[in-house]
Design a binder for this molecule. Sequence first.
Ligand code: ACM
Length: 265
Amino acid sequence: MKLSIVQFTPIFGDKQENLRRIHAHSERIDADVIVFPELCTTGYFFQNKEESRFHAETPDGEAVHFFRSMAHNHDAMVVAGFAEKDGDKVYNSAMIISPGEPLRIYRKTHLFYKERHCFDDGDTGFFVVKHHRHDARIGTMICYDWRFPESARVLGLKGADVIVCPSNLVTNVWHIAMPARALENKVYVAVPNRAGEEIRGTEGEKVKFTGRSVIYSYNGSEMAKAGDEADEILTVEIDPLATRDKSFNALNDIFRDRRPEMYAK
Ligand code: ACM
């Protein structure tokens, strides 16, 4: 089974150009699961709720139609971050779309920095989606969710073989934690990050995105890694069934050995 992630640089507020770039990248991909970064259709650094609502879309909007058609054309599961509007709420969301399957949407649980001014707290919780052709279960979290080991743990306990994490990361410290999430849950972890920078607001505040997208194997090792600036597509062959046996010797199993009764605060 082939998994691809796409690193690229969206232009803030220019959805048509971003969709054009995403489409051009997708033309070069042949994979069963294709994952794009957080907020990949709009760019990231919204300044307030009015602005994020203006750019956000409902699930019957252009972005979902666009990625549904990509999923159909590639016969692939596609995961892509977008700004989602639902009534008076706006979420930092990821769509999970497979051909012929109902749309699933994950809404980011842990909001980072000024996202708090622009988005509502995600209310979907973490869940796992079965691949439409392969025996594979994909769980989604978004960017800053990585700082909370509970995010990946819950996805692991719910049966994820692969955790995908559409991201707009602004540091490099996550390279310490994400491989640990892979190892301690024995799951693949795929992190499509974006590159470039955005300068926004009256003070001209700059955020710089750090690229270096990675796919980690379930032992925490790097299977593929991008550079920090250029657009890149990373594709690896994965074996989802290899993640299911959580034992690592005759007596230890990382999920069966858990003792939740000892973890109460
Ligand atoms: C982030 O959550 N976009 C850092």
